[in-house]
Design a protein around this ligand. Structure first.
Ligand SMILES: Cc1ncc(COP(=O)(O)O)c(C=O)c1O
Length: 397
């Protein structure tokens, strides 16, 4: 069988199993609503555009101006000739935002995580990862293990007793790295950061937080999980994305002490062997950070809208997972049910994705709603109307 024929067989099986993903094509920017090919206008409830900055005029204008000033791309990796002044400005702004001394950008947070683990960890070291961490952390750790033979462990989700047991057993390790998501992307819950920092201090371990869903979202002014808990400046390492609240284009970064970002500049392989963030993207992200800093009310609006949507879903009879973030999963059980519900919601003009196995555990399929500060009350009520109609048809409420 040719390799293409083998893939076709597997793809056919995905379709039989009801787990095949069809792409929806959008013909307008990300906003509270967009235009979907073949569907017309739809309300988006599945975007990470938490602050509505994907299409904010200042964010778009900054990208255009950078295109004129710097051209399309860096044409090289950072240390050869791929660093523009806008990279330095962006990195200073990101470090200030998340409360670290320094930051270093990558073309994605996936890249930032994969740049961090194999660079930091060696044969004498151990990384301990939350069971529900994002795939980019999992793969970064797998890569580190394959390259450096570092030790790895996984603790039960947010279970501090389990983490402590694993830390106790690791006294002889040179570096102990605890890696967690800030907001867990499928559940929408928040890491127990103060407890993690406390354990870090007790067992001389370094805490790294991937704040991709929390940057621009958590805390009074959107500085992330650290601000949510009042511990800005105390988190040793933060990675995050520019592809969600901060303009939504692409890109990621690692923040921490200046020695860390300098070390990553010297040794992290995605830095050494892959082109830098395009200047258009860097400038848009910088404008997004400035927008956030000058419009903290956006974060309050996001929080209020998320609370409203969660409460109204519950009032309709759904049982969204409890939480305090704009990620609002409605658990449905079977994968096929989640996919069916998301298709029916799309028929009603609401774009929200159903997630099933293997993205979430078997039997925990869900539709995951994500709220944006850009949603008006009308947008949210329109979506709630669709949930009511579809939920009734499916016998869920
Ligand atoms: C926790 C977490 N880390 C990393 C990423 C990947 O970010 P990027 O798109 O910048 O690679 C995501 C995106 O879903 C995420 O949720």
């Amino acid at each position: 069988m040719s390799f293409a024929a083998r893939l076709e067989t597997e793809l056919a099986q995905f379709k039989t199993d009801g787990v095949y993903k069809r792409l929806n094509y959008l013909d307008a920017p990300q906003g509270p609503r967009t235009v979907m090919e073949g569907r017309g206008e739809v309300v988006i409830l599945s975007s990470n555009n938490y602050l509505g900055l994907c299409n904010a005029p200042d964010v778009v204008a900054a990208g255009k101006a950078a295109l004129d000033r710097f051209g399309a791309g860096t044409g090289s990796v950072r240390f050869i000739c791929g660093t523009f002044t806008v990279h330095r400005e962006l990195e200073a702004a990101l470090a200030r935002l998340v409360g670290c001394e320094s930051s270093l950008t990558y073309v994605s947070c996936w890249n930032a995580n994969e740049g961090l683990c194999p660079t930091l960890l060696g044969e004498d070291d151990l990384v301990i990862s939350d069971q529900l961490n994002h795939a980019s952390i999992i793969d970064a750790i797998r890569l580190a293990k394959a390259i450096t033979k570092c030790q790895t462990a996984v603790y039960q989700h947010s279970d501090m007793a389990d983490l402590e047991t694993k830390l106790k057993a690791a006294k002889d390790r040179r570096l102990k790295l605890i890696f967690t998501d800030g907001i867990f992307s499928m559940e929408g819950d928040i890491a127990r950061l103060p407890d993690l920092l406390e354990l870090g201090r007790k067992y001389d371990a370094v805490v790294a937080v991937d704040d991709s869903h929390a940057t621009g979202v958590l805390g009074k002014t959107g500085r992330g999980t650290a601000e949510h808990y009042g511990v800005v400046g105390e988190v040793p390492i933060i990675t995050s994305t520019l592809g969600k609240a901060l303009g939504g284009a692409a890109g990621g970064f690692t923040a921490g002490p200046a020695a860390l970002t300098d070390y990553l500049t010297q040794r992290s392989r995605p830095q050494l062997f892959s082109n830098a963030l395009p200047p258009t993207v860097a400038a848009s992200a910088l404008a997004a950070v400035r927008h956030l800093e000058t419009h903290p009310a956006l974060v309050t609006r996001l929080r209020d809208s998320a609370t409203y949507f969660r409460e109204q879903l519950a009032a309709l009879g759904f049982r969204p997972l409890p939480g305090a973030t704009p990620i609002i999963p409605v658990i449905l059980g079977e994968t096929a049910k989640a996919i069916r519900m998301s298709e029916m919601l799309l028929d009603e003009g609401v774009f929200v994705t159903g997630f099933g196995y293997p993205v979430v555990p078997q039997g925990h399929a869900r539709v995951r709603c994500q709220i944006s500060a850009a949603h008006s009350r009308d947008d949210l009520d329109f979506a709630l109307g669709a949930f009511k109609k579809v939920g009734t048809k499916l016998g869920l409420i």
